[in-house]
Design a protein around this ligand. Structure first.
Ligand code: FAD
Length: 435
């Protein structure tokens, strides 16, 4: 009975003056749990390595889940029925989410390839359960604060969490932060865009959309160009993707700057939502049959395309992408178009033919002078146009797998000295043959 219970059990505590940090040690530490970091962590665990996976968000999945990206691009070769060209965790995701009816395949279209729409909640749970069952040590809500290194070798990283400080030490590190935060904090050279702005987008999911009345994309673009001023629209070539049979539409229709300065980044996170609301006003007023009853189901976190990236041993160029240069150390491939968001009102879009593939060299994943860091995902080395094509999620998955194998091969040695032929053999399903 509550009346008889003793509630006087709280003890008085005061923080001691000496700060003590909790610590974790593993073979491989992956910083960033977006799709590239998740791929690296799972591949490393499968190789028998102990792994710690860290993210500043309080949940796994990065932009793929929390910015509600909504479609896997770059996983398939070009053409209407292009084959799957990236495997690893992509196989598990396509199989398991397909079995839950949580995927929808769109073939051909403006990208001349296959894109796979996914339910972000299903993907989120897939990632959480797969990571949990793989026995990976997870550290969430942990912001990278300081990196300690000896020469080219990172030894320990310090993180701040709401529960206190944490240090992690490892033999090898994966920079999957999207902003090259690990490489930057370690003091290795990075790059930023020299020519203006690379825009991000605030994604929105609408429900209650009348699919039958949804306008075709060219018609919507023409209307945005004609009447966008009335609604304060800046971007005029965005799109709304309908998920068939669900009355749901994924809205990718604004352009917002995503600076690395903390106050400006926070201000723009709010601005992005206000801009998305302008888009919704436009859709409801111009296409009432399709959108009059639509409601916002979710706003994603800010969608960040490109901020800061590593200066690698090799710099992928747009000429390499256009030519499909097949590097001796290639570890990933895609046929995705060049998709450069460097103008406020429009996107430079350059799709490729059915037989085109382009490749990512391992050298673009290794920061200059670093011995035990491999970067993956949207912060590898390349020019802005090249990166605009290879940062989509298909190649992000392949890069994550390659990083795990490279660090596994390097052990306590340097990733700059691994046997590239051995690495190529291990990742051949993502680079060679029919896929
Ligand atoms: C609006 C938009 C639409 C897009 N559309 C598509 C699409 O349709 N299909 C497609 O395939 N791709 C698309 N892309 C590209 C693709 O989504 C991203 O490039 C990809 O998801 C990047 O994955 P990532 O793992 O490299 O990075 P992220 O998903 O950005 O993951 C990085 C993680 O690192 C963590 N992190 C960052 N800094 C720190 C730190 N200092 N300490 C600790 N953790 C940190 C972050 O919290 C985050 O979880 C789109 C991108 C945007 C922005």
């Amino acid at each position: 009975m509550a009346a008889n219970r003793d509630f006087s059990t709280a003890t008085r505590i005061v923080r001691s003056t000496g700060r003590s940090a909790r610590s974790a040690a593993a073979d491989i530490c992956v910083v960033g749990a977006g799709i590239a970091g998740v791929s690296a962590a799972l591949e490393a665990a499968q190789l028998g390595r102990t792994v710690v996976l860290v993210d500043s968000l309080p949940a796994l999945g990065g932009q793929a889940v929390h910015s509600i990206i909504g479609t896997f691009c770059g996983l398939f070769a070009n053409g209407y029925r292009g084959r799957q060209i990236t495997h690893g965790i992509a196989d598990g995701i396509l199989h398991d989410l397909g079995a839950q009816d949580a995927l929808h395949y769109l073939r051909g279209g403006p990208s001349n390839t296959t894109v796979v729409m996914y339910d972000e909640i299903a993907l989120s749970r897939w990632i959480e359960e797969t990571i949990r069952k793989a026995g990976i040590i997870v550290l969430l809500g942990a912001m990278l604060r300081r990196v300690m290194r000896d020469g080219g070798r990172v030894r320990t990283i310090e993180f701040a969490t709401r529960y206190g400080d944490v240090t992690t030490s490892a033999e090898g590190f994966v920079d999957a932060t999207g902003d090259a935060a690990l490489t930057w904090e370690a003091g290795f050279a990075c790059r930023e865009n020299a020519n203006g702005v690379l825009y991000g987008t605030q994604m929105v999911v609408l429900e209650g959309v009348d699919e039958a009345s949804h306008p075709p994309r060219p018609e919507m673009i023409a209307r945005m160009k004609e009447k966008g001023d009335r609604y304060g629209l800046i971007r005029r070539d965005g799109f709304s993707f309908v998920v068939p049979g669900r009355g749901i539409s994924l809205i990718n229709m604004n352009h917002v700057e995503t600076p690395l300065e903390p106050f400006a980044a926070s201000r723009n996170a709010l601005l992005g939502k206000a801009m998305a609301d302008d888009v919704i006003r436009f859709l409801k007023a111009e296409y009432p049959d399709a959108f009059a009853n639509a409601r916002v189901r979710a706003y994603g976190f800010p969608g960040i395309r490109q901020t800061r990236w590593i200066k690698g041993r090799q710099h992928l160029t747009v000429d390499d992408v256009r030519a499909g240069t097949r590097f001796p150390d290639a570890v990933a491939r895609t046929g995705w178009p060049i998709e450069l968001h460097d103008r406020p009102d429009s996107t430079a879009w350059e799709p490729f033919g059915d037989d085109h593939l382009h490749y990512i060299p391992f050298g673009a994943l290794v920061p200059d002078e670093a011995d035990n860091i491999v970067a993956v995902g949207r912060c590898i080395d390349g020019d802005s146009a090249a990166l605009s094509s290879v940062r989509v999620m298909g190649p992000c998955i392949a890069m994550g797998a390659a990083a795990a194998h490279a660090l596994d091969l390097a052990g306590s040695g340097s990733v700059r000295q691994i046997d590239i032929a051995a690495l190529r053999k291990r990742v051949s399903s993502n680079v060679d043959g029919a896929g």
